[in-house]
Design a binder for this molecule. Sequence first.
Ligand code: LLP
Length: 431
Amino acid sequence: MDAFHYQNGRLYCEESSVADLAREFGTPLYVYSQGAILETLGALKSAFAEVDPLICYSVKANSNLGVLKLMATHGSGFDVVSGGELYRVGQAGGAADQTVFAGVGKTDLEIRQGLETGVLMFNVESEAELAAIARVAADMGRIAPIALRVNPDVDPKTHRYISTGKKESKFGMDIDRAMSAARAIVKTPSLRMIGIHMHIGSQITSPEPYEGAVRKGVDLIAQLREMGHPIGWYNMGGGYGISYKGKEGRPVEDFARVIVPGVKRSGCRLAIEPGRVIVGNAGILVGRVIYTKQSGDKRFLIQDAAMNDLIRPALYDSYHRIWPVESSDGPPVDADQGGLSPTGLEPWDVVGPVCESGDFLAKDRPLPSLAAGDLLATFSAGAYGMVMASNYNTRPRAAEVLVAGSRPRLVRRRETLDDLLRQEIDLEADD
Ligand code: LLP
């Protein structure tokens, strides 16, 4: 499904005109396609069908309640990394017993919350955390289901900020440590180790690192079972990359092909924690040009969608395709290789109003000529977009719309200035 497509020079999300959405809901605006989200969820289910996967959608990628509810009603489980995300899942009607709880710094309060809601398992990242879970569970008279997060020391060949499976990363335990922790767990009555967990990184565009990781896990599972642990789950994390530029993403079947055989050999049920691949290309960020400006040889498009709305370009130097919402020049030009010949395009820096030189969504990007009032779409913004937005410069965060066919639903209203100030203390009134 081509959720975002041009028809007679106008961008549509499914059957809804993006310009109409911008008029109705204002800008900056996140627009998500329900069909695209569900299509990828379905593709994952069938790619991994042989091992009856539990898909635990990674809430951190896009935690809007509307998106979570959609996932829950279509049978998805969840991967959460905080008490806040776990609370969201509950509010969206997600099943706790299909929810895994990860994160390197779970507090006692969060552990208690996880046990009270009845999460499927905690993904445990250190000996200190094991001790905390054991203590809290014992206090509550409970047995905590856990999976050790094992760091397989493979190079996922992705941006260093989102690589997690190498031994110098803060995540997980190396295999030797995991083995000695497992020996201690055998003697801890408030812990029950039912699985192992691995997540090697994000935006991974080659199946190969998974192949090496799976192999290490299969051997480990055999040893843990010999020790007496009832290992029934093999959680392979998320990380499947998407296409931001051209065709660098791989179909999920390619990842399944290298993961499924190992999981079958292990005799475990597979859990996966995909985030980006489900929502990334199912969302765009729409902004409106406020001014155009020239400085020396440089041309700037100053729009109302800024780094506080989408921080990925500033933080990771990441590329997002950008194109006018209404354009007689046809669909966007691919970075790798265009569908449209770039004649007549000029290089623009697409920037926002925030007072930082890092406030850009694109640099020297070939675009058709644009003027104040024109709308711009930033593509592949559905994952790690709104969830990483901030109120920097006292900018209210964007609204979010979930589109199903010709029906848009506002799933987050635009913040007001009062929303922003509400948490702050008026010192005068406090006296
Ligand atoms: N499971 C665990 C334990 C994770 O740490 C993550 C992502 C996922 C699953 C989901 O990974 P995905 O399928 O979405 O790749 N803000 C960065 C991405 C950070 C990813 C953190 N962990 C970005 O904008 O690229």
